[in-house]
Design a protein around this ligand. Sequence first.
Ligand code: SAH
Length: 456
Amino acid sequence: MEDYAAEGKSIARVEGKVIFIERVVPGDLVDIRLGKNKKDWAEAYPIRFHALSPERVEPFCNHFGTCGGCQWQMLPYEKQLFYKQKQVGEALQRIGKINFPPLLPIRGAKETQYYRNKLEYTFCTKQYIPADQFDKENASAGAVGAAGFHARGFFDKVVQIDQCYLQAEPTNLIRKSLADFAALHDLAFYDFKQHTGFLRNVQVRICETGEIMVNVIVGYDDAAMIKPLLEALLERVPTISTLLYTVNTKFNDSIYDLQPVIFSGRGYITEKLEDYYFKIGPKSFFQTNTRQAEQLYSITREFAELSGSEIVYDLYCGTGSIGIFLSKRAKKIIGVELIPEAIQDARENALLNQIGNAEFYAGDVIRICDDAFFATHGRPDVIITDPPRAGMPEKLVKKILEIEAPVVVYVSCNPATQARDLSLLDEKYVITKLQPVDMFPHTHHIENVAQLKLRK
Ligand code: SAH
């Protein structure tokens, strides 16, 4: 293995062909089996290790390898950061094919464990047992229920988790308390094939403010079962600030179209970034690594170079957090976001922080941001854009080129699509700063903030 490519895969070159291999690190010597096989490239996975790379360290989690969660634990954190930084540069070179300044050194996380403020566990009748641990004589072991995370590639099986290091306690205690109560009182876990069972999921959110919100998702509405389950949970974990439940009779796990019911507390919690407060409900979007979100937003604010007189557009604004973070230094913030509930949250968050100069609009960015919209709200001095992994549609990039905001700050969670978009923006914009940020230690995900200035 020679190097890391994108998406956490390593690359090897064999007779001029590039092979992308999962679950290995540069320096490993392995036999592989080919998956997808094209003329110039192929995908593969390891079947036998001959020598392990000196770069490897012992993963700290017992579930490493089985659980798909933290796939880079075998790399020391500095190495993870090194490869993430490299990936951003390579995407700009290979996909962007544009001039760019040297990248600023990646902002790593101080805390590489317990960094998530949100986790969701699944309760499932079928436990995932990896092939090499599967005991034929004891095959029924796999039929015992499991509480943990979906196994990669298996929609109907779950990896049993004893301790997860992604979120601080009482996250594990909450999951275990529910599973224990279910076992003791014969409450069935969910079966993804039969679509039967009571206990489905639990979402745990823990804020820096110390507040804890738990939403227990059950398969059907039965107060005689829900009430004792939730009462027992509160008894074992009295630090829960607010407890909700949601009845999900659908075949999929998503709760965005369901109505959570408050069982105890206020039904929401409050997170704090710098001196700003954000109300988080059971369905609200919020960056999952609070401390690194603070980093990301302060870099964005710095790159926006505000003096107090600017009209700032915050595209893909979610619950308005970036705009709110910037609001004191701008004349006006205009946030645009697809999901109406997120816009509701954004407006509430602006009120909560007594911010009077921010307005939020719900709808598709390319529909909302037309000439009339810019004419009504004013020519942008700064455009902040933070699109999902797919990046920006070409139409929006064209609009940005047309409207000619002097400064654009592009926050991205996918260096490949960001490089593509930056290459289009190159027509009128020069990249002046690039700052990768690590929001997700032990995963291959990487965030990058780019500052662009209009060519004179
Ligand atoms: N800036 C926010 C959220 C970024 S995530 C934050 O830091 O918290 C990207 C956001 O883009 C999501 O909230 C998603 O709902 C929104 N989105 C996705 N497609 C969109 C579109 N076509 N138009 C507007 N918003 C969109």
